[in-house]
Design a protein around this ligand. Sequence first.
Ligand SMILES: *Cc1c(COP(=O)(O)O)cnc(C)c1O
Length: 313
Amino acid sequence: MQKIKQIQQLINEKIQISPLTKLPFKHAHYPNIELWIKRDDLLHPLISGNKWRKLKHQIYHTFTNDYEGILSFGGCYSNHIHALANAGHLFEFATHGIIRGESQNANNATLSLAKELGMKLTFVNRQEYKQREQQNYLLELQEQFPRHFISPEGGSHPLALVGVSEMVNEILKQVSFTPDYICCPVGSGGTLAGIARSISEKTIALGISVLKSNHQLNSQVETLIDNDQKVNWNIEHNYHCGGYAKVSTELKHFCHLFEKNHHIPLEPIYTGKMFYAIHSMIDQGKFKDGTKIVLVHTGGLQGLAGLKERGLY
Ligand SMILES: *Cc1c(COP(=O)(O)O)cnc(C)c1O
C-alpha cells in the first residue's frame, strides 16, 4: 500500500493538468464555429498524451497486484511502446515490448531509446504478431512472463478508459459550455471509447480513423465501451489519407501551415489527420454555425523522428 501511495504522489508531481486553449479561427461561412484544443501533447515531455491517459490506471493495477512490470505490443515506431518505456523508467517498473518486425529496426530512434530506458524487446514476425489478441497466445505469454501485466496494443485495455475519463472531466471543468463535439484520432479505439463513455448525451464523441477502411474499429470501440447503450459517438473513416502512417502531399502541406499559423506542433499520423479532417468537414458544411468543438491533441510527437528517418515527412 505504501508503494501505491508513493507512485500516486510521484505521478501527481510529474504529470499535471494539460491546458485547454481556444484556437484563433474564424471560418468565412461559419464565423461562430469555435475550435478548442486540449493540449495533451503538453502533459509530459516524454510520455505522450493519450498513451499516458491510457497507461495510468494500468500502472496502478501493476503495482497493486505486485506485478514486476508491463508487457505490451507495438510496431517499431509505436508511440505506445515509447510511452511505456518512458513510464517504466520514470516510475520504476519493468517493461517488455513484443515488436512487430525484424530486429534490424532495433536501432531506430524509437526502439533504441526504449532499450536505453531498460525495456526488453522481443521481435516477432507478422504471423505471430497477428495472434496478439488471441486467448491461447496470451495465456502462453502470461506463462512465459508471469510477473508482467499484459496490456494490449496501443494500451487499449478497459482500464485505459478510466484515465481518458479523467481527461474529459478536466475538459468539462476548463470550459464554461457544454461542447457539441469532443474529437480525437482513432487507432485502436481506447481513447474514443473513453471519451464516449464519459460525456453526456449533449455531446458527441467524434473519432477520425487513421486506418484505411478498418470498419472493425466500430465494434472494437463498442466492446470497450462495454455496450452500455451509448450511441453518442461516431467514427469518420474518410480521412486516412492513404492509410496508416501514410502521408499525402495535401496533409503534409496542411500540417506545416497549421504549425506555422498556430505554433502548435502536429505529427501527420494521428493529430495531423484529425485537425485536417475537422477543417475539411467544416468547409463541407458538416457542422452548423455556432458549433463548439474540442479537439484532443493526443501527442505523438516522438513519431516525427521515425518519419524523418524514413524520409516521409
Ligand atoms: C495511439 C495514438 C492515437 C490513437 O489512440 P487509440 O486510443 O489507440 O485509438 C491517437 N493519437 C496519438 C498521438 C497516438 O499516439
